[in-house]
Design a protein around this ligand. Sequence first.
Ligand code: FES
Ligand SMILES: [Fe+2]
Length: 395
Amino acid sequence: MPSPAIDFVHTGPGTLAGRYLRMFWQPVYRSQDLLRGRAVPIRIMSEDFTLYRGESGTPYLPAFRCAHRGTQLSTGWVEGDRIRCRYHGWQYDESGHCVDQPGENDSSPTKVAIKSYPVRDYLGLIFAYLGEGKPPPFRRFPDFERPGVLINGPAESWPCNYFNRLDNACDSAHVAYTHRAAALRAGARASLASPQIFSEETEYGIRTATRLPGELRYLHFYMPDANHIRATLGRGNVEKASAPVWSDRLFFRVPVDDSNCVSFGAILVHVTGEAARAYAERARSEDGERSLFLNQLGEAILKGQKRIEDLESDATIWDLFQVEDYVVQVGQSPVAERSQEHLGRMDNGVILLRRIWERELRNLAEGRPLKPWATPEGVADETAMTQQIPSSAAL
Ligand code: FES
Ligand SMILES: [Fe+2]
């Protein structure tokens, strides 16, 4: 009898996939967007939290609501490294303990506390541990600590389940079609030749090799929800660069709730010295409302009001890439109906991803040990498979 399907789509508290994702540190906000002394509400995996940065610069992540009568704590005031509720002024310290209840006339320390979660600033992102018990050791990404310019594009909020984006991260077959307009605009000859694709499980997740005429490309997926790609920026992007400049791109696709997700990126551009300063300045000035605008463009295309082929010629290649990905992944519907799919040989990365997720979730459900995923290091330079790539074809 086939075992019942494992649900990796729903990630709210108590769900199996939610429990699994909460076992890992997850990025929850772009660091540069959280100013000292400011608090914001955030939603991750169908749970609400208060995120604030103390005046010392340290970020904190207490519960969403004040323990007194439950108003939204993010509307209050940050005082030093504490936060005070706007309703009746209760104040919480760095660990969520209520340390001041104005008017209560009680000099003994209060026993009231709200939950507070461990957080850490790293690679321009704020990571949090939202699971039970002691957090696991913080996972670093040494490939992104190398010399170069580290930039974080705006967080991309998309109205689809995070697994639409995870599937895509292991799906190199989509590139020739989905990104055809971007490739043509970049001056590439559009090739619709079917690539050969081979995916294998590694100590960190999945490595996928894609063979195209004259080219072998690698994709790396880090369990449970990140992917790493290496790409050139193209000559024009870095002043005076005599050769194409490489960038390493790390993306985390994190559930907001079951129909929305947010993607956080850390991009290391391999330039140093004067060129690095100039590049960093330009990248910063290009930030802003762009991501929202691109989502609106994606929505207009999905409604049939625009076509990708008609987008203005000033759209950058990366803009196009983002809109193209938005259209196909949000176009699968917020929660893709996987039971209706017809998977083929070209989907072998997607099939492997789901098989690994199902195995881990089943083990979690049945109390068996989980695979301890290794810290990816040197992955950017890894361009070989441990197994022999079958010569015949895509698997
Ligand atoms: S609700 Fe926060 S102090 Fe009353
Ligand atoms: Fe894509």
